[in-house]
Design a protein around this ligand. Structure first.
Ligand code: UDP
Ligand code: MG
Length: 313
């Protein structure tokens, strides 16, 4: 019988886990699969690890990896994928925003032969207009700037075949934008739409700062365009300054007028100085990311494991 792994990163989700676990069983138990649920505790400071410990004692299908600190959602997901043993692996959030009732549909697509079943969130109940606006802006930006296609509303609720998980494990980068990686990885993919309900309990763990970092990770991981813009801008300014030079020479050599333009001079120095600093910042961003990558630090550290996972990277 095929084994299905469900990977769930959780960060301070004490009021969600039990309900989530019961809902997953409600939809998975009738299906003809063996099951393992791998919770990755991303450095929670509430009772999450205690609840996971208890669940793991009660049910041997529940495994839990307790990370040494908060490593972030994408890293916690990767940790779960590294340890999942299933013939197919489903990743989902533990707050009920990725509806467990869709599990049978994802698995049905897998049975049809698809190796990646990607869900697309067409809307989220009760989300602020600011979050949906910035999110849609981000997807437009990343699609214009990079050569991977990431569909708007792409979520980390997806099914991956074992083969895809094994390929995914070979991507070693630290700053991870899993949606982009999965889209770039190929294989037979299919998408499925859903409406994300409100969180069951608690509040979103993504602060504005975390969202910004996430967006930057996505863009810098898949696009060199920010680095190239300075080249194109430089080209434009070089051409413009050549035009200006011709104009100055014309006035100097062929007329009696004095060459005007102190204001132009200071304005252009300010503009160019500003642009240079701006693009030094852009280069710095990429250099910083290279620095992070070359250190080759471990992606995550596991403090404790309940019901040892079989698969290891
Ligand atoms: N999460 C995590 N580490 C983090 C932030 C979030 O493991 O640093 C988990 C969180 O517990 C949840 C999932 O990732 O299961 C999605 O987070 P959240 O619901 O806060 O994001 P949102 O749905 O608001 O985008
Ligand atoms: Mg959520």
């Amino acid at each position: 019988m095929n084994l299905v792994s469900i990977v769930v990163p959780v960060y301070n989700e004490q009021d969600n886990i039990e309900f989530f676990y019961r809902e997953v069983l409600k939809y998975m138990d009738p299906l003809p699969y063996q099951l393992e649920i791998i919770f990755v505790d991303d450095g929670s400071r509430d009772a999450t690890p205690l609840i996971l410990d208890r669940l793991a004692r009660e049910d041997s299908r529940v495994r839990a990896l307790i990370l040494a600190r908060n490593f972030g959602h994408q890293v916690a997901l990767s940790c779960g994928l590294d340890h999942a043993d299933g013939n197919s692996v489903i990743t989902m959030d533990g707050d009920m925003q990725h509806p467990p009732e869709m599990l049978p549909q994802l698995l049905a697509k897998w049975e049809e032969g698809f190796e990646v079943v990607q869900t697309i969130r067409i809307s989220t109940e009760g989300v602020s207009w600011l979050k949906s606006f910035t999110s849609s802006l981000f997807y437009r930006l990343i699609n214009v700037m990079s050569n991977v296609r990431v569909q708007e509303g792409g979520s980390d609720f997806r099914l991956l075949d074992k083969k895809v998980v094994e390929s995914f494990r070979r991507f070693n980068e630290r700053a991870r934008f899993i949606r982009g990686l999965v889209s770039a990885i190929g294989y037979r993919q299919v998408t499925m739409e859903f409406i994300a309900p409100k969180r069951f309990a608690g509040s979103s763990k993504f602060s504005v700062k975390k969202m910004l970092h996430f967006a930057l990770d996505g863009i810098t991981a898949f696009s060199k365009l920010p680095l190239r813009i300075s080249f194109y801008l430089g080209l434009v300014f070089a051409l413009a300054s050549f035009g200006l030079l011709v104009h100055v020479l014309y006035i100097k050599l062929l007329t009696d007028e004095a060459v005007p333009g102190w204001a132009t001079l200071s304005a252009s120095i300010l503009l160019l100085g500003g642009l240079q600093l701006l693009f030094m910042g852009v280069i710095g961003e990429y250099v910083g990311r290279i620095f992070e990558e070359v250190k080759q630090r471990p992606l995550y550290l596991i403090r404790e494991e309940f019901n040892q996972c079989k698969a290891k990277k």
